[in-house]
Every structure is written in structure tokens, then in C-alpha cells.
Design a protein around this ligand. Structure first.
Ligand code: TK8
Length: 339
């Protein structure tokens, strides 16, 4: 550098620039933290890739002070167990399906309304907009801090009994659903026998034929190897399922302002990464499921409409249980987006 910058004035400018840069770096105050980040899917999944991104991004933003360790495949527990661990302060962070949060903030059930969103764009706008943010804010009083919504995705049906091409084919099918009343009502109303179970127990339940089927986005069906124990896939897209990145409020409250800002910024960056990755991966996952031998049925509009009508009382019931305003607000937002 001495050689390339001959003139003293240029040297002075450079010195000032370097000084200012290192001052900015020093200004942010990061203490060493170990962050346990638990999640339910395999390491080799959209969830696992985003967890890795999050860990790397957070390390970059905090000069390596925040060391996030990912725990895949529910190694730290199911969605519900991890939520409780965060509330108790025994775990720092997690990502779970919003559907599994309804025991803590029942308003989250609004995202489980059948056939609510037509596409990912609508989901992003609502989740990142006032409704999504308002619901996140409600978590704080319960000991959780909502940071960002990731995409789980549009859910589809699989089972080991027979192809499901119409709603009536669901009759008598023992279908694992998330621990959430909307899902139980929805599938029971369609004739299935809904069995609530945590995701961490699902593969074994399918393998042992304790249940016949389940419903999840194609990415998850592939990364969880459900094709090994499920023959039939039906494309229904009955619910758009969000994931939510959560922090323990007990842990969060002990962070400094710069630290909170960095964690939040990394969560948002991971959201953008995860959505892009999940969407790119979806089409490939479907092709792979076919290659792995799954028989794929796409439900036609008439049958989807039948499902929509049949599931309607579940929506009415949710609205009637103290959520009428929220459902109205959400419907209005979606209507605005469709204009
Ligand atoms: C992973 C779950 C999963 C969800 C489910 O922990 O339970 O079916 O779709 O993504 O949250």
C-alpha cells in the first residue's frame, strides 16, 4: 500500500477511511452466545438448508460471536416441545409450523383456513403485512418472540391405501394431521378419520400403518422419505402452511440492542433465502417423487370445490369462536390483493 499511495494526502484519506470502518465495527456490541436452533425436518431439507444459512448469516453479522447450532429431525423435540423449551428458556430458537402454535395463541388458526391463499404471493403479502405481524406480536406475552415466516408450503395428501382422486375417496382413510382443531374438523368433515400426531412420530406411524396417510408439502414428502411408505400422492393444495422462526423471550430479553438487531436481520435474510429455495425445489421434488414410484393424482376443480364447500363450516366455526374480526380483516386483505 505504501508503494501504491505515494502522496501523503491520499495516505491520510485512506487512514481516515480505515479508522471509520473499524470504528463502525467496534460500535456494535456482540457478546459470545451459543444459540440452539431446533427444527423438525431432516438436515437435507429446505428447513435444514435455511437453518444452515441462518447460522452462517448470523455469524457474519456478529463477528462470529453468535454460534448457532442446528438440531435437525426433532432432536430437541417436536414443535410443541420446542415451543415449551423456548418459553422456559431451555432453548434459544426454533422454527415450527404456525398450525402447532394455536394452543398458545389461537389466532394463528387463521392461517389454517382451508383454501385461503391462491398462491405464494398472497401468502407472503399477508404474512409479512399487518395481519402476520399483529399475530407475531401476540406471542411476546406468552414468552415467545416471532422473528420471520418461512414457507412450509401448500399441503398435499399422501396415503398407502388407494389413489385419492375425489373427496369421497377419503372415506375411512386414517389420516395423520397436525395437532390443530381446524385440521381435525376439516378432514373429518371430508370423511377421513383424522388422527392428530406430532411430526416427529409420523414416519414410524406411516411405516407401521398406525395411520394410512398424511398431508404435507411435496418438499417435505420428499425430504422425509415418505415415498418409502406411501404410494399415492394427491395434489390438493388444501392449506398454505407457514413456518415461523421463534426465539425464547427469556433469552431475547437478555440480548443487547445490536444483538437483537442482528438476530432479526438474519431471520429476515433467512426468510428470503428459504422461500426462494423452497419454491425452486418444489418442482424438482415432485419429479423425484414420481421417479421414486409415487402415483400422482391431480384433483380437478370440481372436486377441489367440493372440498372447499365441505370445509366451509370449519371456517365458520373458527370465526364464531372469537375470531370474526380477524377473519374479516384477512379476507379483506386477500380481496385487495386479488383486485
Ligand atoms: C416439522 C413440522 C412439519 C409440519 C407437520 O416440525 O407437522 O406436518 O408440516 O413441517 O412443523
Amino acid at each position: 500500500m505504501e508503494q501504491t499511495l505515494k502522496k501523503p494526502f491520499q495516505r491520510l484519506l485512506l487512514a481516515i477511511a480505515i479508522g471509520a470502518a473499524s470504528l463502525a465495527a467496534q460500535a456494535a456490541d456482540f457478546k459470545p452466545h451459543i444459540v440452539r436452533f431446533g427444527y423438525g425436518l431432516a438436515e437435507d431439507s429446505n428447513q435444514g438448508r435455511a437453518a444452515k444459512f441462518l447460522a452462517e448469516d448470523l455469524a457474519k453479522r456478529t463477528d462470529g460471536k453468535f454460534r448457532m447450532k442446528g438440531f435437525a429431525s426433532a432432536a430437541l423435540g417436536s414443535d410443541l416441545q420446542m415451543q415449551n423449551a423456548l418459553i422456559g428458556g431451555a432453548q434459544e430458537m426454533t422454527v415450527v409450523s404456525t398450525a402447532t402454535l394455536v394452543g398458545i395463541v389461537d389466532d394463528f388458526g387463521v392461517f389454517d383456513l382451508p383454501f385461503l391463499f391462491a398462491n405464494e404471493k398472497e401468502a407472503d403479502a399477508v404474512l409479512d403485512g399487518p395481519v402476520g405481524q399483529k399475530l407475531m406480536a401476540k406471542l411476546e406475552a406468552k414468552g415467545l418472540v416471532g422473528l420471520a415466516y418461512w414457507e412450509n408450503g401448500f399441503r398435499n395428501l399422501t396415503n398407502s391405501k388407494h389413489a385419492i382422486a375425489k373427496m369421497d375417496d377419503l372415506k375411512g382413510v386414517k389420516l395423520r394431521v397436525m395437532q390443530n382443531p381446524m385440521y381435525i374438523d376439516m378432514f373429518n368433515s371430508m370423511g377421513a378419520n383424522a388422527v392428530p400426531l406430532s411430526f416427529s412420530e409420523l414416519f414410524t406411524a406411516l411405516e407401521s400403518k398406525t395411520v394410512d396417510g398424511q398431508e404435507n408439502p411435496v418438499n417435505t414428502i420428499e425430504s422425509s422419505k415418505f415415498y418409502e411408505v406411501q404410494k399415492y400422492l394427491s395434489i390438493t393444495r388444501h392449506v398454505y402452511s407457514p413456518w415461523i422462526v421463534l426465539a425464547s423471550k427469556k433469552w431475547w430479553d437478555g440480548l443487547g440492542a445490536d444483538e437483537k438487531k442482528a438476530v432479526m436481520a438474519s431471520a429476515v435474510a433467512s426468510r428470503d433465502f428459504e422461500r426462494k429455495d423452497s419454491r425452486a425445489e418444489g418442482a424438482r421434488a415432485l419429479e423425484d417423487l414420481k421417479k421414486k414410484g409415487m402415483q400422482v393424482t391431480v384433483l380437478n376443480e370440481a372436486e377441489l370445490d367440493k372440498m372447499r364447500q365441505t370445509a366451509r363450516p370449519a371456517t365458520t366455526k373458527f370465526a364464531a369462536s372469537g375470531h370474526a374480526e380477524l377473519v374479516k380483516e384477512l379476507d379483506a386483505e386477500v380481496a385487495k390483493l386479488r383486485k
